[in-house]
Ligand binder design. Sequence first.
Ligand code: FAD
Length: 125
Amino acid sequence: MGKMANETAKAELGRATWKFLHTMTLRFPDHPTEAERESLKQFFHLFSRLYPCGECASHFQQLLKELPPQTSSRMSSALWLCAAHNKVNQRLGKPEFPCDKLDETYDCGCGDGKAKDGSALGTTG
Ligand code: FAD
């Protein structure tokens, strides 16, 4: 693969992944159990070891050390991920995203709007 094709593939993978990650944290419960909190924390650590772009994965592992995942609530996790993504944006010379626009930007298409109380998690929603 040529350099441009590599860059295009890496960017596409990045966009799809960020979309998934932001949508996931915005569906995290407002009042998570200890087990849910531990799952989210473990998820990001495993994710940072398995992400297919090696350069991105090692940068993200470093970022997790500087900015450990916040798991106490839906908004704390969503705002943490927004800040982490903004750190990556900064490094790549991309504009900062306004984190107060998260809820209006990401819609999981689960049919019931946002799970503000976390109640739709683990149901058919
Ligand atoms: P993206 O950064 O992919 O963002 C997609 C969309 O998300 C934006 O258009 C915007 O609507 C929204 N958005 C932007 N910022 C935020 C935010 N802070 N919070 C919520 N939504 C936001 N590429 C590299 O070249 N080198 C790397 O080291 C690298 N590391 C990466 C690490 C991870 C964990 C991931 C998931 C991707 C990484 N990438 C890396 C890819 C890179 O971050 C971009 O995904 C890619 O360059 C495409 O950028 P984009 O401009 O389309 O927007």
